[in-house]
Each structure stands twice: as structure tokens, then as C-alpha cells.
Ligand binder design. Sequence first.
Ligand code: ZN
Length: 380
Amino acid sequence: MKLLSPLSLMLIAAAFLAIPVPAASQGPIKLKTVVIDPGHGGKDAGCVSRDKKTFEKNIALDIALRLNRKIASAFPDVDVKMTRSDDRFVELEQRAVFANKAGANLFISVHVNSVERGTSANGFSVHVLGQSQRKGNDLYSKNLDLVKRENSVIMLEDNFETRYQGFDPNDPQSSIIFSLMQNAHLSASLAFAEDVAGAMAGGPIRHSRGVSQDPFWVLWRTAMPSVLIEVGFMTNPDDLAVMRSEAGRQGIADNIFKAFCVFKTRYDGSASIPPVEDVKPVVTPSGEPAAPAEPQHRNDPKDGVLYGIQVLAIGKKMDPKDPFFQGYEPMELKVGKLYKYIICPDTYLSQAKKSYTKVVTIFKDSYLVKVENGASCPVR
Ligand SMILES: [Zn+2]
């Protein structure tokens, strides 16, 4: 077979990964579009300061607009889009739909945190989509209140019960739907989240509550690297003073901008094709798996090669006895910051395929992988 040019390889990859491909004359893929999502708006004020004078929706919008201006002036080639640029109500689902339609390469949601009682909780936190760490049955874990509050915006929308597939933000069990998904952009989202946290630790609100994975609806529906930033606490006097000052809000926007620059450099330098092991299995519109892109692997075992079914890729180490695995004994692979869990490993591909037909009925997003030299890649 004649060797394929880098562009045709990219076209083939793009066909499978559904990523945009530039015209041949445009050279390598660059970050083109970023969507900034100021939380809440209109009839949804978000959280409110104790004296009822400051609303989350206004702080989020102001910081988002400042970030927009920074990016637009530094990178005229980048299209900066906002899910809202004034005080209006935007449905949660529509924010994600908007970003997906825009073909965004990065989604940044800006919010403000609060607590019901007390004033001591302070600092910023950065969130990417995932299953929260679980304590017993509490699927939301330590960020229960925060996740509930941010997700509960949908209750202000019409017909939310039907439109959000019966999802009830007040019912932790409801978030089980999040736990069964794989996030194709997890490693890129985590990398950006770490950069945001690193930049924000320089102040003006410098206490870091860290990066965590949580089941935020808006992040679930976006089809690109996505983070949600809680810039500070409305209920903490020091954080609030920063957010009320123009210099404070500018400082926060500047920090997010710094992280954006790092993300853009990494994105532009990588030709934007995500590492193959993070990619979801290819599914055609009919729901059938796509035809194999390459000849099937030979059926005879090869030294050091295993086939199995990847059921989870996540930014934290899981207990192999976790109920998530439904009694299967997972094999763990650590690749960069990701932990990958593979069940039913076998030296024979035919055997792994047999197991897969059963496993996929339980783990809907699972897929067959080949494990070699400590790395896994999908078997098409
Ligand atoms: Zn919020």
C-alpha cells in the first residue's frame, strides 16, 4: 500500500474523531473557537451575597467579558463566543448546544460559590466532568451542595423533567447517569483545569480548593475540553471584596487568560488530535459500531499483548472493589494523569470480543482495547 500523506492521515483520523479539518492551504489545525459561559443570568441570579447586593450572575458576566476582551485582543484569529453577553436567562442545555454548534475547541464556564451558613469557606475551585469521589451512597460526595445548586438551574426551565431525561438535581442517585459515561476530553480538560488553578493561585483570590471531577450537567453535554471555574465565595467577606472590585475581577480574568494561553500553545502544537486512547469508540448515526478501519488483529496470542474492555478512564484512582465495576476485577493502567480500568483481559482477541458482547450491555460506553507496553488503544 502506498504511504499516506500526513494530511490524508489527518482526514482519516478526523472522520473517526469528528474533529474539524482545515483546508490544505491552512496548515496545521489551530485553536479557532473558545466559548465562555457566564453562569446563570436573567431570572436566575445564581448565589447572592449576604447583604443581597451582589449577584453571581453579574460577577460571572463581568469576568467573562473581561476574559473575552483579553483573548480577542491577544489572538485576533480566535473566535471568542459567549453563551450570553448580557443579563439574560439561558437554559443549561442550550449553553452546551451553543458550544457544540460553534465547534468550540474549549469551553470555560464561570461561576461563584457560596455556602448556606458561615463565612469562613473561601477560595476558588476548578471542575471537570466526572464522577465525584464517593462516600457510601453519596454520589456527589464533598461537592454535593455545589453540584446540586449549579445543576438545579434546570428547575427554572419549562418542562425540565422531560427535557433532562428525568434527571433530578436534588436526587444524588440521579447522577448515576454521569458515572456510566466516558469523557473523551478528560485529559485535555484536566490539563487546562490544572493550568487555571495554577494561575489563579497567584491571586487576587489565592486560596485553592483544587481541581476536581464532578457531575455538572453543562460539562456533560459539551463535546470539547470543558471546565467550570468557581472563582471565589460570595459568602466570604474577603473573596466578596475582591469580586466587588474592578481590579479584582480583572485579576481573575487575567489568570484565566494565562491558562488559556498555555492551553492554546499546547493545542496548536499538537495538531489537536487527542491521544488515541482517550477516544470514544466510533458509532455510526444508526448506533451500530463503524466498520473496522484496519484489518482485524490476528487471533494468535502475542507476547505481552492483552485484549480487554475499557470501562472507565478517570482522573483519580479507583478502588477495584468499587460498585462501579459491578463485581468485575478491573486491571488498572496509569497513563499520564488518567487511570484506565480494563476488565476481562485475555490474550485472545476472539475471547475478549466474546466478553465484550456481554459487558457492553452493562457498560454502555465501554470498548475493546489492546494493551501493550503499559498503554491501551482501541481495537476497531
Ligand atoms: Zn453558579
